[in-house]
Ligand binder design. Sequence first.
Ligand code: AMP
Ligand code: ZN
Length: 143
Amino acid sequence: MSEDCIFCQIVDGEIPARVVYEDADVLAFLDANPLAPGHTLVIPKDHHETLDDVPPESGEMVFAALHSLTPIVEDVVDADASNVAFNNGEAAGQEVPHVHGHIIPRFDGDGGRPIHAIAGERPDLADDELDDIADDISAAAGE
Ligand code: AMP
Ligand code: ZN
């Protein structure tokens, strides 16, 4: 628990939330300022700031909850699709420093944009730069 973390305070019941799912490791609740009806946040109960900080078992539980809740949320609000995403770190737009996955229901013609619209200009990367990046990620992932 981080004393001044608003999501830890929700976990502890110190501030109210519209909780939609809870188990030993994970809490899910409606976003207080929703981008769509059914906009849901899924968090590990333990305080971790970004995905990089989350232990593997906790990450698996968060993903399992996202996986099971997404079709339920879509059904309840009669959505056509959803964006499921993390703002992972301040530079990516994360405002609450307790890791959380967003389930944002989407509707045909809702005027929203795809995940490709999140970043700025597409970088102009040469083939050898892409090869180097892929090699570096692959090597680090195998460590
Ligand atoms: P992010 O920019 O990914 O950190 O998103 C934080 C999200 O938390 C925003 O969509 C807010 O609307 C939402 N939020 C902030 N405070 C609360 C709260 N007390 N209860 C529910 N959602 C909240
Ligand atoms: Zn927290």
